[in-house]
Design a protein around this ligand. Structure first.
Ligand SMILES: Cc1cc2nc3c(=O)[nH]c(=O)nc-3n(C[C@H](O)[C@H](O)[C@H](O)COP(=O)(O)O)c2cc1C
Length: 216
């Protein structure tokens, strides 16, 4: 394999200045997501989710953001998976979005909670049949002896539920409620733009965000 050390990119697709920022970082996240979708970035909603495991180590994987609003970032998963068990034991987690084509990164930290059954139902029932059955078929993160086990399990779900599988009780949404953000826009000469948002609470308990520029 050729040396990786010579691979270099000069970032020059954009800039990020104080006037581009929103008071609420969740609004800016929504704008950047929309721009990633418009730019036809592959998997624009994919994000790296890191959680803390039982040995105090960090565990990361990609999941898809399915909703962003002023409450947080929602994704869907198996509630018995490794990630969900880790979140149950320690709700602190972080998310990273990276859109190479836009030379942008967003880092988010916060705590994760389960969403309501109603909201999980709404999303589950909007999914294609194959995905609904897939949720039943996979005991996510458990060891299986072969692919065959998975395919048999899918067939059994198909036979049992036909065209209208209910939402499995072990599958649904989780929301990361953020307390910190960092928006990063690549710039030439490694002089990138970075802004952090840190959350503080005023006397009236209104969520306020402290915005600061960071050195790259
Ligand atoms: C592009 C992409 C999208 C994914 N989306 C999800 C998702 O939305 N939910 C999910 O549970 N796993 C998703 N996965 C699989 C996870 O990365 C991971 O393998 C799985 O959730 C098991 O993780 P765990 O054992 O840490 O719980 C996705 C993987 C990729 C590469």
């Amino acid at each position: 394999m050729k040396s990786l050390s010579h691979i270099r990119t000069e970032y020059k697709k954009g800039s990020l200045d104080q006037q581009d920022l929103d008071k609420n970082p969740l609004n800016l996240l929504s704008v950047w997501l929309e721009q990633a979708v418009s730019a036809k970035v592959p998997e624009p909603t994919s994000m790296c989710l890191s959680t803390i495991n039982s040995s105090g180590g960090v565990s990361s994987r990609i999941v898809l953001a399915k909703k962003v609003n002023l409450e947080g970032i929602t994704f869907f998963t198996n509630y018995e998976s490794s990630k969900a068990q880790q979140i149950n034991a320690n709700p602190l987690a972080s998310i990273v979005f990276y859109w190479a084509e836009l030379e942008r990164q967003i880092r988010i930290e916060g705590k994760v909670e389960k969403i309501s059954e109603k909201l999980s139902d709404e999303y589950y029932y909007s999914r294609p049949l194959q995905s609904k059955l897939g949720a039943w078929a996979s005991a996510q993160s458990t060891v299986i002896s072969s692919r065959d086990v998975l395919e048999k399990s899918f067939k059994q779900a198909e036979e049992k539920w036909g065209d209208s599988p209910p939402r499995p009780p072990f599958w649904g949404g989780l929301i990361l409620i953020p307390s910190e953000f960092e928006f990063w826009q690549g710039r030439p000469s490694r002089l990138h733009d970075r802004f952090s948002y840190t959350n503080s609470y005023s006397k009236t308990d209104t969520k306020k965000w402290l915005v600061q520029r960071l050195a790259p």
